[in-house]
Design a protein around this ligand. Sequence first.
Ligand code: SF4
Ligand code: SF4
Length: 137
Amino acid sequence: MQERKSENLFEEVSFCEECGICCQGIFYSKAMLGVDELNMAQELNLQVDAVEQGFAFHLPCPQYSLNGCMTYRRRPRACALFQCELLSRFRNGDIIVEQAFLLITQIKLLIGQAKLKLDSDIGRFFWSAHSGKRDIP
Ligand code: SF4
Ligand code: SF4
């Protein structure tokens, strides 16, 4: 039983490390920081703001890379405590790790497609705005 738990934890760490969707500022623009984490935040180059409830750092996080969190073993508490629906379902045993990885891959694909679409829409907008202003002889 104990063995299964640690295996679960290992799987959970590996797919959170692989995923990092919650680090990219797509769903949240900030994450909370404790006063005792301000030094660490500075060392990690996090952009910190004073907010109503204390302190928060900006997302997307500079510690996020395509390979996941670069400081996973030493990340803010808010990151360690955050539990998305996928993680919650995994912890409850509603999905297995392979399904979690598949969903992460699918979500990343959708995010990539949405970004491409947004880039091209913004590009089109600027192009037409620019064209509109041009004096065409
Ligand atoms: S908590 Fe959820 S969104 Fe964040 S890294 Fe883990 S699986 Fe991805
Ligand atoms: S410190 Fe790591 S886990 Fe936390 S937001 Fe940044 S990349 Fe994500």
